[in-house]
Ligand binder design. Structure first.
Ligand code: NAD
Ligand code: TDX
Length: 340
């Protein structure tokens, strides 16, 4: 097995920390440099079991810091770029930082990757760049769907996707790009829907559902996202984009919340309908046949099994999430209103 050095950005966040664990277990010969600014969403506790491991080097720093990024990129073979501001609701309250990190930060990384001749820049993106599909339609996003971002978050992510492709076309930077649907699982920050619902229910609180609850998301267990990235890093073709998704059938937020309630033996009286998100995308659905056909990837954990694992993890790891919910109090106050 050839040894390589990966630069993982945002590796103290939800998906990044899962990916670091996944990769180190599967490729113990490799070295991971983990660059993370430890914003509200980054947490060293998510990497606690890796403390002292020689081949995991944590660097606290910002992707926008050109000097630092250039320095740590020196011996890197592959960049896996997760770092981003990722919460749609926070982007509605305060868009500025989304542009700074997601667009400008990505450009700093791209420049450094070119300068240091990295062999592959893999950019992690989202299905939200494609906009919103009609409720009840059978349409799905695929690799040819035009971009139509509708929130400051997805607009900034779209900007970063365009920049990555532009660096490929203009300067010949070797890259791959994946657009994935909604992830859920261990180490998910407790202001996103699933962990918020589960932790509220553990505490005897209600589950806030925006609007009529009929919005549809395509849910994927985070470990399956990690295995998809692995397939793309290993066998993906230079300059290609792959869409990653988890479901084959629509499921509304309300239905998925009801699944969580039932798995936690709670009644539907625990649902609280609240004011809708501004510009709330109605429906996402991902056609993941390209990555399935070309790279042989498919999801391995279905929604019910993934939810069981996730609920058990939050029940058993209360010391991980309790301080995070406490820190997010101001956000909860600003975001949750009964009326629009
Ligand atoms: P997250 O918010 O949990 O983690 C983001 C991480 O990036 C945090 O550790 C944070 O400290 C770090 N970070 C933020 N700004 C930084 C900066 N300027 N410099 C260095 N580090 C910085 O996000 P996530 O849910 O793990 O998402 C990771 C990536 O995957 C993002 O690019 C997101 O757009 C994408 N994505 C997420 C989902 C999802 O469902 N969560 C789905 C598809 C794509
Ligand atoms: O309290 C809530 N009540 C509610 O009804 C919250 C937090 C959310 N919702 C709804 C909004 C969405 O329709 O649930 C759905 C999921 O919301 P989030 O967990 O905030 O995720 P979403 O906005 O879909 O974005 C996530 O998936 C795609 C990630 O945060 C993004 O980074 C990723 O790109």
């Amino acid at each position: 097995m050839t040894k390589q050095t990966l630069l993982v950005t945002g590796g103290a966040g939800f998906i990044g920390s899962n990916f670091v664990h996944y990769w180190m277990k599967k490729n113990p010969q490799d070295t991971i440099i983990n660059l993370d600014a430890l914003t509200y969403a980054g947490n060293r506790e998510s990497l606690a079991d890796l403390e002292g491991q020689q081949n995991h080097v944590f660097v606290e720093g910002n992707i926008i810091d050109r000097e630092l990024v250039n320095k740590i990129m020196a011996d890197v073979d592959t960049v896996v770029h997760f770092a981003a501001e990722s919460h749609v609701d926070r982007s509605i309250l305060n868009p500025d930082i989304f542009l700074e990190t997601n667009v400008m930060g990505t450009q700093v990384l791209l420049d450094a990757a070119l300068k240091n001749k990295v062999k592959r820049f893999h950019h992690i993106s989202t299905d939200e760049v494609f906009g919103s599909l009609e409720l009840g339609s059978s349409e799905k996003f695929n690799e040819h769907t035009p971009y139509d971002p509708r929130s400051p978050y997805s607009a900034a992510k779209a900007g970063s996707d365009h920049l990555v492709r532009a660096y490929g076309e203009t300067y010949g930077l070797p890259f791959t790009l994946t657009n994935c649907s909604n992830n859920y699982g261990e180490y998910h920050f407790p202001e996103k829907l699933f962990p918020l619902a589960i932790t509220n229910l553990i505490d005897g609180l209600k589950v806030p559902v925006y609007g009529d609850g009929l919005n549809v998301r395509d849910w994927l267990y985070v470990q399956d996202h990690c295995s998809a990235i692995d397939r793309v890093l290993t066998d993906g073709k230079d300059g290609e984009t792959y869409l990653i998704g988890g479901l084959t059938k629509d499921i509304s937020n309300l239905e998925v919340v009801k699944m969580i309630l039932s798995l936690m033996n709670k009644s539907e009286a625990e649902i609280e309908f609240i004011a809708d998100r501004k510009g709330h995308d109605r429906r996402y659905s991902v056609d993941w046949t390209k990555i399935n056909r070309e790279l042989g990837w498919e999801p391995s954990v279905d929604l019910e099994e993934g939810l069981r694992r996730t609920i058990a993890w939050y029940e058993n790891n209360q010391a991980w999430w309790r301080p995070l919910k406490e820190q997010a109090k101001d956000f909860f106050k600003a975001n949750y209103k009964k009326e629009n």
